[in-house]
Every structure is written in structure tokens, then in C-alpha cells.
Design a protein around this ligand. Structure first.
Ligand code: TYD
Length: 208
């Protein structure tokens, strides 16, 4: 097991749940209020496998089935661990990641066996804290269609509903297993959500 000094905070939620806004705000807050150096990360990553995945998500690359896509996400995660996340944590800095393991369980879990997904992700470095921003599929779709011209392959109501249900299940399972997981109501004003995230991070990570 890698010996790291920094903390690894992951944000999860269905499309349109406001994760990207909140990761950026938390990073600035940590730097200005706590003098903690934090980098932003995102999956699919900017690496070679992540770039390939983006082509599948946008529909430009066709013919990749559900299990191949799950394997691509797992490969991207290991590459992302080795080339970005772990070196930063070893330096003692924080990593704030927009999507990680749970995205695979929630999205690829629709069409793949859970135990297989866990197996192919078993070497992925574990987060110190996972923050699930809970936004209902109806709200998320309204936000997506109101703000973007193009949508991706998972941005449909029935799919988002399944993904949302999977996330709720994951929250229950991980909390029961004693993992550090926090669920936050993301349907409120971004500033309110932001303040709640700050308190959670202060409580679970900084003052621990
Ligand atoms: P998203 O995070 O919304 O990024 P962007 O705003 O750049 O489009 O899109 C990534 C999509 O990838 C999202 O629909 C969730 C999906 N995804 C998976 O299906 N499995 C995974 O393991 C990860 C990390 C993402």
C-alpha cells in the first residue's frame, strides 16, 4: 500500500449535479483559508485512455460495448493514480477529484456485474472522503438541457434514474461498511451546498 501524506477527496453525483462547480470552490477555500495546496483532478482523465473514453461518451467512437467501456475506465483510473493522484498525495498536497470509483459502480453497474467491477478496480487507490451530491434526475436534466448544446450518451432520464438509484445504494453500503462518505442535498443554492461541503471537509479531514 502506498504511503501518502496528502488527502484524497472525491466528488460524485449524476450528470448535472454541480460537481465541477463545487470542486473548484473547495480548492480555493482550502488554499485561502487553510493554506492547503490542492490540485483538481477529473475522470475520465486527461491521459491517453481518458481521451479515448471521451470519444466514446460523445458518440464519436462507436462499437465499444459496456464491459469494454468498464475496462477502459478501470485502466484510466490506474494510469491516473500513477501519473497524477499518488505523486501529488506523496508530496503532501490534497487531490480533489471530480468522479472516481463510484462513477464506475453507478454507471457501468447498470450493465455489468458488481463483483467484476470491484475486481477490475481493486488496485485503485482509496479516497479519504467521498462526497455524494444528491440531485434528482429530473433536476439534473433540466440543468443539462438548459445550459448545453450537446449531450452525452448517459444524459437521458431513464439512464440517470438507474444511476441515481445505484448511487443511493452505494451510499448505504459504504456507510454500513464504515467508509468515509457524506451525502449532500445538491438541489439547494450552490452557496449553501458549498458551505456544507466546507464544514464536512473541516470536520472529517482537516481537524481529524
Ligand atoms: P462529466 O463528468 O459530466 O464530464 P464533462 O462535464 O466533461 O462531460 O462526464 C463524464 C461522464 O462519464 C459522466 O456521464 C459519467 C461517466 N463516467 C462513467 O460512466 N464511469 C466512470 O467510471 C466515470 C469516471 C465517468
Amino acid at each position: 500500500m502506498t504511503n501518502t501524506k496528502g488527502k484524497f477527496i472525491v466528488f460524485e453525483g449524476i450528470d448535472g449535479s454541480g460537481i465541477s462547480t463545487q470542486t473548484g470552490r473547495l480548492r480555493s477555500y482550502l488554499e485561502t483559508e487553510h493554506q492547503i495546496k490542492a490540485i483538481l483532478a477529473k475522470e475520465p482523465s486527461e491521459g491517453p485512455v481518458g481521451t479515448l473514453i471521451r470519444q466514446v461518451l460523445s458518440g464519436r467512437m462507436q462499437g465499444i460495448n459496456d464491459s469494454s467501456l468498464a475496462l477502459l475506465f478501470a485502466a484510466d483510473r490506474i494510469d491516473h493514480n500513477n501519473n497524477k493522484i499518488i505523486p501529488v498525495l506523496e508530496k503532501g498536497d490534497y487531490v480533489i477529484c471530480d468522479r472516481y470509483l463510484w462513477s464506475t459502480y453507478a454507471y457501468q453497474g447498470r450493465k455489468n456485474d458488481d463483483s467484476w467491477l470491484k475486481e477490475i478496480n481493486k488496485y485503485a487507490y482509496r479516497p479519504d472522503l467521498t462526497i455524494f451530491i444528491r440531485v434528482r434526475p429530473e433536476t439534473s436534466l433540466q440543468r443539462i438541457t438548459g445550459s448545453r448544446f450537446q449531450t452525452e450518451i448517459f444524459e437521458k432520464l431513464d439512464i440517470l434514474q438507474q444511476v441515481f438509484d445505484n448511487y443511493l445504494k452505494l451510499c448505504k453500503e459504504w456507510v454500513a461498511a464504515g467508509q468515509e462518505v457524506i451525502e449532500i442535498d445538491g438541489e439547494r443554492e450552490p452557496e449553501i451546498v458549498e458551505n456544507e461541503i466546507r464544514s464536512v471537509v473541516e470536520h472529517f479531514i482537516i481537524q481529524k
